[in-house]
Design a protein. Structure first.
Length: 400
């Protein structure tokens, strides 16, 4: 049976990049950039004053002249002025252009003013170029600032606005179908009979997908009935970019999904991963290349498999480079005897030495969704080891 790493590799090998589209800047947050952002001019585009004060030529002060006349005032947003005489200075405001002929700004508190004359305070060391943000010192025109494949947050949006990018080329949002299967499921607002349970998987997975940057999700519920599964699934696998199903993939007599999917033309890539929870995971692709994930129906299994396999696949589909792995050290010993990889829920905290520690918080069963409350994600423990000592370093995957 496949290891989690081998299963992930098989999945990612089938994932194609979604097409790009133009998006207005005001709606681009959370989207994946498909064309790099280059500086359209020098950043800053002029020598910029960073403190209110007086702009002067440093050599004049260095030569011993400490009394200067204020010749003019330069505000932020005003066209640049020129120093007429080295025996003068220009009052400047934060954000203003540094006047031509000056190279240094003395803040108000380092000078005494009497009318239009300032006297530089004795004993104050004035450095050439102080309080001046030099043109191009951040970035030069044409320089790469935001790389393709970046998810756009506030900082990237600010850069785009500064560069004049009213629209951005981004990946089209993935259209995702999330299907909860099971005749025993009833709507959340219903009162279940003793043999029924309320739907939760599709709500949980849709919420996680939206938080991960994939809000275009449609939720469905289908019973364990082959004919209805066939009729209802056909338009889904033809009309969405990805399909995520929960339940009906184990070895039970009413686990019809694998057979139905293959009859619909979905090519099975694998069925089963040597892990707990989530061992019955099924994955395949349609003739058009649409990935189909059939997750186990137990809530902890479905939620864990979504984070371990579905979200990385969607990141590749959107053009995001793989994230560097995170690790954490177990804070306590943990034993796991089955010859399976253990995807162990944990609570993350920091040690006094700033080490990331993972407190094991195993759920009661893979149906104990409430047991995940208070956890931050899971660590992946390999199948080859039975006993994991405190301090064992494992790969950590956070919940979104």
């Amino acid at each position: 049976m496949l290891t989690p790493a081998a299963a992930e590799s098989l999945i990612l090998a089938q994932i194609a990049l979604l097409p790009a589209e133009d998006c207005p800047l005001a709606q681009a947050h959370g989207r994946i950039l498909r064309l790099p952002l280059l500086a359209d001019r020098d950043f800053p585009s002029f020598d910029r004053v960073t403190m209110d004060g007086y702009a002067l030529r440093h050599a004049v002060w260095a030569a011993g002249r400490h009394e200067l006349q204020i010749a003019a005032t330069q505000h932020a947003g005003d066209p640049g002025q020129t120093l007429a005489s080295t025996e003068t200075c220009i009052e400047v405001m934060t954000g203003a252009m540094l006047p031509v002929g000056t190279d240094t700004v003395v803040p108000y508190e380092e000078a005494q003013r009497a009318g239009e004359i300032i006297t530089l305070r004795s004993g104050v060391e004035i450095k050439r170029g102080q309080a001046v943000h030099r043109r191009g010192s951040d970035h030069r025109a044409g320089e790469l600032i935001v790389a393709e494949g970046t998810r756009l947050g506030g900082g990237e949006i600010a850069v785009a606005a500064t560069c004049g990018a009213a629209t951005l080329r981004v990946t089209r949002r993935a259209r995702i179908s999330v299907v909860a299967t099971g005749t025993e499921l009833v709507e959340t607002g219903s009162t279940p009979a003793p043999h029924q349970i309320r739907r939760s998987n599709d709500y949980a997975l849709a919420a996680a997908l939206a938080l991960a940057g994939h809000p275009q999700v449609e939720r469905w519920h289908l019973p364990d009935a082959p004919a209805e599964l066939t009729i209802r699934l056909r338009p889904m696998i033809e009309g969405f970019d990805a399909v995520v199903l929960c339940g009906g993939v184990s070895a039970g007599r009413r686990d019809f999904l694998p057979r139905v999917l293959e009859e619909l033309g979905v090519r099975k890539i694998f069925h089963g991963v040597a892990q707990r929870p989530g061992k019955p995971l099924w994955f395949g692709v349609t003739p058009a290349g649409v990935p189909v994930f059939a997750l186990p129906g137990n809530p902890v299994s479905a939620y864990t498999c979504l984070h371990r396999y579905v979200l990385p696949a969607l990141e590749k589909m959107c053009g995001t480079p793989p994230a560097p792995p995170q690790t954490a050290a177990l804070s306590l010993p943990f034993d796991f005897r089955p010859k399976l990889a253990c995807l162990l829920p944990v609570k993350i905290r920091s040690s006094p030495r700033a080490e990331r520690l993972a407190d094991p918080m195993p759920t009661n069963t893979s149906g104990d969704f409430a047991g995940l409350i208070g956890t931050d994600g899971f660590v992946e423990l390999p199948a080859e080891i039975d006993e994991f000592p405190a301090g064992y370093v494992a790969q950590f995957r956070p919940w979104v």
